[in-house]
Write a protein that binds this ligand. Structure first.
Ligand code: ATP
Ligand code: MG
Length: 384
């Protein structure tokens, strides 16, 4: 009888002929997440991934790492035994010994159809055995305190206690994207949402040093460290917008400052994406949240990009975004009060309905290609 964790995956199982590719990527990502635990073994088994050799003293760390791996629906504690009723009884008896609760039910699943008993027969026989062995227990099929699973395959797994996973798709199965990462609440959540669908994300941060401080950049790095736990590592390109911002302030109408600045961000990010094989950009915009996120502003911003710009939070309310930020661990960092390049020079009356022709006319007063080329010359890459 061997203790282990069984990792269950959901959506991937529907992938037909591509299923192996998705499962193999998931296995690779699990191994990466557990790389510091040398003795732990990760193995693909029929319909599941098994994680063996988890000593008691590293158990909570292993679980915490697994709960950050995308593609996992649940992590289930289990013991593995031979596929015959004697061993199954014995293993179920041992498992029950350590669990507290008064009511239980047994749920069986027969992956190996050559096994002589049906699933309901297995459940009922294991249930009777447990009732005999532990007379204080009662069966409750509707709201049991304990659910014991019996999964009969080549080996049999007795499972108990599900720990919910992140769900989503395995990292690396949906291409690569560049997230415009500010120090705020929304963009880290947007990065997480795309990574959760399997996209490997890279950060692109714009600063206006010395108008913005180095501490503000360190805050973005701290957010990147958290994102690296979900994204198999994380990189941030730090790009200076100082000169661009000064030129905009000198030459353009104040009320158009934000939308023009945003367009320059997109243009720089788009060049960075091209050089680094990123197929899409990602922002944390949410419709109507602020002046720069009205439909008209987004139309003007989007026009500056010729690759897809994903906005996974476009229809999400701020309080729901905050809940996600809290659950992934970026919220506490995001609310630290450091200035951002967009907050250093905020127009008193930002245009909520910018008109593209006016934006383009104002931009034509600037030497845009030269300014962008210069900003792209001195990019600092931070690897986390
Ligand atoms: P966030 O919480 O992500 O900062 P926000 O609600 O403050 O968003 P804005 O400041 O309007 O909204 O920014 C909208 C989006 O533009 C951000 O979600 C982010 O993707 C991008 N962005 C804003 N500032 C920066 C920056 N300094 N560097 C990189 N991207 C930025
Ligand atoms: Mg912001």
């Amino acid at each position: 009888m061997k203790k282990l964790f069984l990792v269950r995956y959901g959506e991937i199982a529907l992938k037909g002929l591509n299923k192996n590719y998705f499962v193999d990527t998931l296995v690779r990502n699990i191994k990466y997440a557990l790389r510091m635990f040398e003795e732990v073994k990760v193995e693909k088994i029929q319909g599941r991934v098994a994680v063996y050799n988890v000593a008691d003293d590293i158990e909570s760390e292993v679980i915490s790492s697994l709960t950050k791996v995308f593609g996992i629906v649940a992590i289930t504690r289990a013991v593995q035994t031979a596929s015959d009723m004697e061993h199954i009884y014995q293993a179920a008896g041992e498992v029950m010994k350590d669990i507290r609760g008064n009511t239980f039910k047994v749920e069986s699943r027969r992956g190996d159809k050559s096994f002589p008993l049906t699933s309901p027969e297995i459940s009922s026989m294991v249930g009777s055995y447990l009732l005999d062995k532990y007379p204080s227990l009662k069966v409750d099929v509707h709201k049991p305190e304990i659910t014991i699973g019996v999964e009969v395959r080549k080996e049999t797994y007795i499972t108990y206690g599900d720990i919910p996973g992140q769900k989503g798709m395995p990292m690396g199965t949906a291409g690569r994207g560049g997230v415009l990462l500010s120090g705020g609440i929304d963009s880290p959540v947007a990065a997480y949402m795309m990574a959760r669908r399997g996209m490997k994300v890279t950060g692109i941060h714009f600063h206006s040093y010395p108008f913005t401080s180095l501490d503000a950049q360190r805050k973005v790095e701290d957010i990147g460290k958290i994102l690296s736990l979900y994204n198999n590592g994380f990189e941030i390109a730090m790009i200076s917008l100082t000169e661009i911002q000064q030129e905009i302030i000198k030459n353009c109408d104040e009320s158009y400052l934000t939308v023009i600045l945003r367009r320059f961000m997109i243009k720089c990010a788009r060049l960075y994406a091209e050089k680094n094989g990123l197929g899409a950009l990602i922002t944390g915009e949410s419709l109507g949240q602020v002046a720069s996120q009205t439909m008209e502003s987004i139309i003007c911003t989007d026009q500056a990009a010729d690759i897809p710009v994903f906005r996974p939070l476009i229809g999400t309310d701020k309080d729901d975004i905050i809940k996600i930020a809290q659950s992934i661990g970026t919220y506490e960092i995001s609310i630290k009060p450091f200035e951002d390049c967009c907050t250093v020079f905020v127009p008193k009356h930002p245009q909520t309905r910018p008109v593209l022709e006016k934006v383009l006319y104002q931009e034509s007063r600037l030497p845009a290609p030269e300014l962008i080329a210069k900003a792209m010359e001195n990019i600092e890459i931070i690897k986390l």
